[in-house]
Design a protein around this ligand. Sequence first.
Ligand code: DAK
Length: 258
Amino acid sequence: MHYENIHVEIRDLVALITLNRPKTFNALSDEMMDELSNALDMVEDNESIHAVVLTGGEKVFAAGADIKAMKNYSYMDAYKCNFITRNWERVSRCRKPVIAAVAGYALGGGCELAMMCDFILAADTAKFGQPEIKLGILPGAGGTQRLTRLIGKSKAMDLCLTGRMMDAVEAERAGLVSRIVPVSALIEDAVKTADLIAAQSLTAVMMIKECVNRALETSLSEGMLFERRTFHAVFATEDQKEGMEAFINKRQPALKHR
Ligand code: DAK
């Protein structure tokens, strides 16, 4: 499949998806998000892809939704075409793990897109922010919600109300990113991390992902119950039998991902 706004490369078990609108700092357009949705559909359908790295490359992740494209929208236009909602949440619905590898700006919708991924690896050049307030608007793809859950009310308010940017060190301290790597190593490090995940049982990986995500959606007791039931279910998988057998016999497991 040929894409105009993203680039997709398959590296063994990992799909490396790169946002590719360099002239606009990877501003997120409907067309780009359609292509990203399409690529993730392909990832979900392809049994030999186990993990995804989503990046904007080494210069910029994404400077937000395309301001030029949405400038003249009326309420009716936005409501009727289900503006942005239509195809933006696809990343958060991906059942396979998605790592965001962020260098440079991740602003507005760009920051929101990174937060839809399972975790964020930041280059030392990364800058995160929700600058919508400066345009007279507000975050619209989860900025007020996911950011608050990830970094707490005080810092989320600070960022959303002032529109200021947060560098990689502050983002790591706040818990937005899992770790910081030198920008020159970002993509390789993200792919290596995805390789590590891709080498595990895909079934167990998907189950863990569902359980961790449930922690943000429900009470502790409901989340514990969900984890417990999922844990019971893992005994129905071949990988559980093989994983434990291999450990006891001091050999590598031959996983079947089922
Ligand atoms: N959209 C369109 N073009 C953009 C852009 C954007 N978000 N960001 C940058 N560009 C373009 C610039 O217009 C410029 O184009 P030309 O003038 O060369 O044609 C080019 O990229 C280079 O930008 P600058 O000349 O400004 O470069 P600087 O290095 O000086 O500054 C910057 C880089 C990233 C700090 C600056 O460009 C900037 O502040 N950009 C805007 C950042 C921003 O405000 N982002 C938030 C956008 S609003 C919704 C869901 C989500 C959203 C809305 C609704 N629903 C579910 C309904 C999301 C909204 C947003 O993300």
